[in-house]
Design a protein around this ligand. Structure first.
Ligand code: NAP
Length: 256
């Protein structure tokens, strides 16, 4: 029997003009962007807000959330220096999946998966029932992989110059038994998933606001279509509005 790759569902919140942030370097997890972004969605007694993670956990047994490093680190951030790895770096470039972490049953165990071929994210928080899974490549600095091993943080080596997303999704299924991945990433990673033909489903919540700005991250960034290439068609599953002007859209990507 041919094993199916895990289902990939994208969930994103955007302004009506499709922006997913207020400006390129203004991460939503930081202030003042977090509050300004939240204020774009007025409260409503009939709010369209839903917990998409809970929906896909119930529906598909989703056990992994996917993020890009761009949600956690800005390009102009000054990163904390890591110690130099003083062992043989060759041994670092294989998956690091300690059994005491991977053997945890799901549910309740979940993966917080982050694409980070440049080794930019420093990990300081720990949450019950969640473990971090970093996606790296052969190009990732050895010092970073040494740091992940020292901290007992799982990683998959999937790709050469950068993370190969098709290989990633397949490896998450075969190595970790993941059946569904929920991407809550920004436009860079979601655009790359789109170009790799990996998106199966999309949940979008539109806030009644306009952000504007060339270069501000949008729902799907990444490389433009080549002339003559067709856009990805979507099939509507549901559409809802609330009395404060927010809209929730749910689509699937039909497979022909
Ligand atoms: N409104 C929302 O729902 C929402 C959700 C998430 C984030 N955001 C906001 O969106 C902004 C971040 O968006 P962003 O577009 O800058 O960052 P992003 O979506 O995190 O995109 C950058 C990430 O994608 C990876 N990537 C890009 N192209 C790739 C490719 N072809 N193959 C493999 N990996 C690829 C990069 O890899 P490397 O790290 O290896 O370079 C990096 O990890 C932040 O402001 C954040 O707050 C909004």
């Amino acid at each position: 029997m041919v094993q199916q790759r895990p289902r990939v569902v994208v969930s994103v919140e955007a302004s009506v003009d499709g922006k997913v942030a207020l400006a390129r370097e203004a991460l939503l997890m930081r202030q003042p962007s977090a509050d300004l972004w939240g204020a774009m969605t007025p409260p409503a007694p009939d709010s369209v807000a839903i917990d998409v993670l809970e929906v896909v956990r119930q529906q598909y047994g989703c056990s992994a959330v996917l993020e890009g490093s761009g949600s956690l680190v800005a390009e102009d951030d000054i990163l904390e220096q890591l110690p130099t790895y003083d062992g043989d770096p060759a041994g670092l470039y294989t998956h690091f999946l300690p059994a005491e972490i991977t053997a945890q049953p799901s549910p309740p165990h979940m993966w917080f998966t982050v694409v980070d071929s440049r080794g930019r994210v420093r990990w300081t928080e720990k949450h019950p029932d969640w473990d971090v899974l970093v996606l790296v490549a052969q190009s990732t600095p050895a010092d970073y992989l040494g740091y992940l091993r020292e901290e007992r943080i799982c990683y998959l080596v999937v790709g050469d110059e950068r993370v190969d997303l098709t290989q990633t999704v397949t490896a998450m299924g075969t190595e970790l038994g993941v059946r569904c991945v929920l991407s809550t990433a920004g436009g860079g990673l979601n655009g790359a998933l789109l170009r790799a033909g990996l998106i199966d489903e999309l949940h979008v919540k539109l806030a009644p606001a306009l952000v504007g700005g060339l270069g501000t991250p949008s729902v799907m960034d990444g490389p433009p279509l080549a002339v003559g290439d067709a856009p990805t068609r979507l099939q509507l599953v549901s559409a809802q509005t609330d009395s404060a002007g927010s809209v929730r859209l749910h689509y699937v990507v039909p497979r022909t």
